[in-house]
Ligand binder design. Sequence first.
Ligand code: 5AD
Ligand code: SF4
Length: 493
Amino acid sequence: MGRKLFLETVGCQMNVLDSELVVGSLRRLGYQIVDDPRDADLILFNTCSVRQHAEDKIYSALGTLRRHKQKRPKTIIGVIGCMAQKDQELIRKRAPHVDLICGPGQLARIPELLGEIERTGSPQIAVSLGRAEASRPEVTESFESYDPLREPSMRPNAFQAYVRTQFGCDKFCTYCIVPSVRGPEQCRHPQHILAEVRQLADQGCLEITLVGQTVNSYCFDHGDGRTTRLSDLLNLLHDVPGIRRIKFVTNFPRDMTDDLLDAVADLPKVCRYLHVPAQSGCNEVLKRMKRLYTVEYYRDMLARCRERIPGVAISSDFIVGFCGETEASFQRTCDLVAEAGFKNSFIFKYSPRPGTKADELYPDDVPEEVKRRRNNDLLAIQNRVSLREHRTWIGRTVEVLVEGPSKKFGHASDSSEFPQLTGRTDTDHIAVFDGPLSLIGRFVQLRIVDASAFTLFGEVSEPDPHHRSVLPQENGEESRTEARSARIPLPLV
Ligand code: 5AD
Ligand code: SF4
């Protein structure tokens, strides 16, 4: 019927995946994606609540749509995802022109809710039960999931895909809103995950990234005494023909067990890359965060990873300016970053989240300018470490999966026959190099000739010897068209 959808996604990989599934279901209703919200019949924001900043952006976007809604009252505006679960009342108050509010555990109902809005003309709200509102099984059930409706054309590209292993989180780090907005942890049945990966492989997908809030806590209980851990799942998925790389994010330090590390070491398709957020290098802070480990434990865990997986690259997340973080505690975090040799770190200023334990128990007592300074200082240390680590790659030959044109491409001279392309190594290093667009979606060997703190710079040294056996199309031109036309217009804010 030619209805038009504009969807904006903020936040983590989980949200990108959710958006893909929502788009899949709306395509079945005849929606087409448009790049400009003013052209759309349905405008959706898939939202994030992890930091205040992400929420502010959404309220500001909703504010700019108020006039548009007055002019075109038939346009349906929806807020979906984590903010919808957390703040239904507030959204109604601050943005009364919103028609649809749908939490992350209710996304499968969007087609039905849209039908209700059209039928009744009144706003529809669908959220899951709060953690304290019912028993655990009832709350878990209210965060229902749905079988993925995967369309190759809706993935970020045709050859890479996210695959969910579990919903929710049970760790309850005191600063984090995720356990309340995404509900209790529920692991998907390994056979469902396997079936999804097989389907993706049949569609030409080469790389899958397993996603869970704490993916390495994955443990499916079959109910007959048997369990499937993440290491078992990796073994299962490793046998899927066509899949060439398997990654998994995000890991909880305490669940980095030896069986998992051995699976990464032993299974050639599993990437030697681990994202294991430390959050802080100070034991008092870690305790107030309720991270359930000490910095000594974390350092031992890093040593175990490096010992069992030669050449592994590790990245981390840190929060600076958490409640009660003194200069001395911040210094301990700086020491950890200086010594740990992380490939890269994501650094965030603490943002108090109403509804979390930290917000209830501890004052947000680190001034904003101190948070900013600590953020910059820690980033500067990490950048020095990253540059040193990146420079060790110069002169080496690496295999990259070519993901697309680099950011530089598309602005200045994008008519060049050999634009700058970007790809990733199996250690998740980003490498840029000049080459034809036909390389997108292929593996190439690159000789690394230079490095910055963020990027390796390479030259193509040889094409992928396995290429013909895995890609559905042999012809470079065909493959290029497929990869480019499959690009999903999901702008990440
Ligand atoms: N404030 C700042 N950063 C946060 N994170 C989670 N909650 C908060 C918060 N309240 C960060 C953590 C986590 C990443 C996804 O976001 O570092 O690992
Ligand atoms: Fe949040 Fe901690 Fe769960 Fe990660 S492990 S989603 S930081 S509560």
